[in-house]
Write a protein that binds this ligand. Sequence first.
Ligand code: ATP
Length: 241
Amino acid sequence: MEKAIVIDGLTKVYKNGRGIWDISLEVDQGEIFGFLGPNGAGKTTAMKIMTGLMRADSGDVRIFGASISQNYVQAMKHVGCLIETAESYPYLTAYENLKLFSRYYPEVDDKRIEECLQITGMLKYKKEKAKRFSLGMKQRLGIAAAILSRPRVLILDEPLNGLDVEGMIEMRKLIKGLAGEDKTTFFISSHLIHDVELTCTKIGVIYGGRLTNVDDTRNILSNYSTLENFFISEVDRNGRV
Ligand code: ATP
């Protein structure tokens, strides 16, 4: 089966010498991959490259076989994303924001917009302007926009950021539902160990711009009993090298 995401030797060094080095990993269709690392580890940098917001110094990313450097349009056809904080037009309502966004996707009709508002718990705020939204509501609207076109791959930078406990539980359910029923592939970043443990089927630890290890959540938990133990051991091992 063709891999949903293949990252191959991705390197990007900023002028200040920080960045990411030689990141390689593969994610199968329907998997929920968790990119786990502390603040400044390089998660956003990698995800910006994966979605074409930034160019790598070297290496490449392929989405269902299409290279983002050689065949960007084809690669991005399957991708929905939410990078850093969700941007919305403050003077437009939740509905109007999605309507505007949907102009890129001829197949997205009003029914689908309503459905996405429903899925993300935003239907009751449909007619409210985005400027009055809390961080969590903006995040939900960002997710609604990301899933609008039913992408096969969703790249979400800290998707649970700003959500309350109920919102987190709902979002987790939504992610697992889409992965299970629609075989949507997720690439999610988080610095919250508990989150990643509960949500993801496969986990990669990124530390100081380098990927230390990638394994199935099931294997990690059977070898280390908790993801926290695994994370600490990875950081420790990486620190000593
Ligand atoms: P967080 O969880 O805090 O969002 P992150 O894992 O997403 O962190 P990145 O934003 O990818 O981390 O940053 C990786 C490193 O690169 C950090 O040390 C950061 O300071 C540095 N960095 C990020 N963007 C730039 C930039 N435009 N110019 C220079 N350095 C940068």
